[in-house]
Design a protein around this ligand. Structure first.
Ligand SMILES: NC(=O)c1ccc[n+]([C@@H]2O[C@H](COP(=O)([O-])OP(=O)(O)OC[C@H]3O[C@@H](n4cnc5c(N)ncnc54)[C@H](O)[C@@H]3O)[C@@H](O)[C@H]2O)c1
Ligand SMILES: O=P(O)(O)OC[C@@H](O)[C@@H](O)[C@H](O)[C@H](O)CO
Length: 409
């Protein structure tokens, strides 16, 4: 069996590749890093180390690679594969869609009854594969789309394993946490498919996806944004701070109450899940940078993502949201000159004003009760941290205080 995987990065080499290889697939990575590609082609394998006490190591074999720019070669690989997976980031899916479309065209041109092809976007977020399907189909003629709909499926999924940014002498080596979970809904699959060993097939994805996104990712980014304001550079430092740990637990009690109400989870079981996830954030067997977990703040603050969606849903259900409001305010203060979305966020706040950003980027209009609560928390957080060296909130805090004074009766 053959699989084509886009994104030879952390989760690609640290989780997707190992699962597919162990499940009997010949895995062809499609990437942009020339050195990694050459090494994968030459060696056909690479080492993975578990971030546990023993540093257990295993080898992922039966792998190769193609350069993303070699479009026709990638398309040939897709035409001949049973499975395509991606781990490039949701915002990058549009960049690989054309190549995937070319592969589908080639596959359909070679047989009137092609074998099913499953294309799974292993990205954080809701509906990643369906988002990819829309991008891919923009590159196909209507008659080809009609054919594709009979034999190509884009099942959404949930993948979960913490794989930090890391550097090793061997460019292929990757260290990963021991925990991992990969879930796919049976309803998203077509024809007689071979189940991937290590993937859990379920009837409904939503409960698992929302539990993961609004516990693991909501808690993770809250710890990162709280940690950033305190001057920490790793999740390990942030989670060692009792105040931050308590605030992260507060955030997850709020998303937890919402998830229990929505999906009927057992409250005590869910509390155990929260505590287990928080221990994962704190794993002292590796260093996970705040800048990785806080990356792309505009994506993380968007309406259907890990902060705003649970806050709006919890508010709608009449549940507590004060810790979520605090995490959102902290995220709005995240600055990193090396993170394009962090630069765009701060530019938007300074040029259009925080109120417009709340309405337009976060999707929380001025008339929504959360709008004024986030605004107040943003202002108070600014003041609280304005003396923090290097956080540059002096200007914002002063402008906000002037605005507050001028607005006061
Ligand atoms: N690292 C984790 O802990 C983790 C866990 C679960 C899910 N994810 C998700 O997996 C995806 C990848 O995350 P990661 O941590 O592996 O990132 P990464 O930066 O390590 O890997 C991303 C890979 O995609 C490639 N890429 C990026 N932009 C591209 C583009 N425009 N065109 C083609 N290739 C492109 C990069 O070259 C890189 O090889 C994201 O959606 C992330 O949210 C990450
Ligand atoms: O990858 P992002 O930017 O969506 O989020 C950063 C981390 O929270 C994330 O990569 C987690 O490590 C991962 O989702 C764990 O399964």
């Amino acid at each position: 069996m053959k699989a084509v995987h886009f994104g030879a990065g952390n989760i690609g080499r640290g989780f997707i590749g190992p699962v597919l290889s162990r499940s009997g697939y010949k895995v062809c990575f499609v990437g942009r890093n020339k050195r990694k590609i050459a090494e994968l082609q030459k060696r056909g394998q690479y080492p993975v180390t578990l971030a546990n006490e023993n540093r257990d190591k295993f080898i992922v074999d039966n792998v190769t690679a193609i350069n993303l720019n070699d479009t026709e070669k990638v398309a040939e690989a897709i035409a001949d594969a049973e499975l395509v997976t991606t781990a490039v980031g949701v915002s990058a899916l549009k960049d690989i869609a054309g190549t995937i479309a070319r592969g589908i065209e080639l596959r359909l041109s070679r047989s009137s009854k092609p074998q099913p092809l499953h294309i799974i976007a292993c990205e954080n977020g809701i509906g990643g594969s369906q988002r990819l399907r829309k991008s891919v189909y923009r590159h196909l003629r209507p008659d080809v789309i009609k054919q594709a709909e009979r034999s190509v499926a884009f099942p959404n999924t949930m993948v979960d394993r913490i794989v930090p940014v890391q550097k090793h002498a061997d460019p292929l080596e990757v260290m990963v946490e021991p925990f991992s979970e990969w879930i796919v809904p049976r309803s998203g699959m077509i024809g007689d498919y071979n189940e991937i060993q290590g993937v859990r097939y379920v009837d409904s994805l939503d409960p698992y996806l929302e539990r993961k996104l609004f516990t693991v990712n909501t808690g993770h980014c809250s710890a990162a944004y709280f940690g950033y304001l305190e001057g920490y550079t790793t999740l390990q430092e942030a989670m060692a701070d009792p105040g931050i740990r308590a605030r992260v637990y507060g955030v997850l009690k709020e998303t937890g109450a919402m998830l229990v109400r929505l999906h009927g989870f057992d409250p005590s079981q869910h509390d155990k899940y929260i505590k287990k996830m928080m221990e994962r954030f704190a794993n002292r067997n590796f260093k996970d940078k705040v800048s990785r977990v806080a990356r792309s703040p505009l994506r993380k603050l968007s309406p259907n993502e890990r902060l705003i969606r649970p806050a709006l849903k919890a508010h709608e259900l009449g549940l507590e949201t004060s810790h979520l409001v605090s995490a959102i305010a902290s995220a709005l203060l995240y600055e990193n000159q090396d993170d394009p979305e962090a630069v765009s966020l701060q530019m938007a706040i300074r040029s259009s004003g925080i109120e417009q950003v709340l309405s337009e980027e976060l999707g929380i209009p001025a008339e929504h009760p959360l709008h004024s609560r986030i605004l107040e928390e943003y202002f108070n957080t600014c003041i609280q941290y304005k003396h923090k060296a290097g956080l540059g909130f002096e200007a914002i805090a002063d402008s906000l205080s002037k605005a507050a004074i001028s607005d006061s009766p």
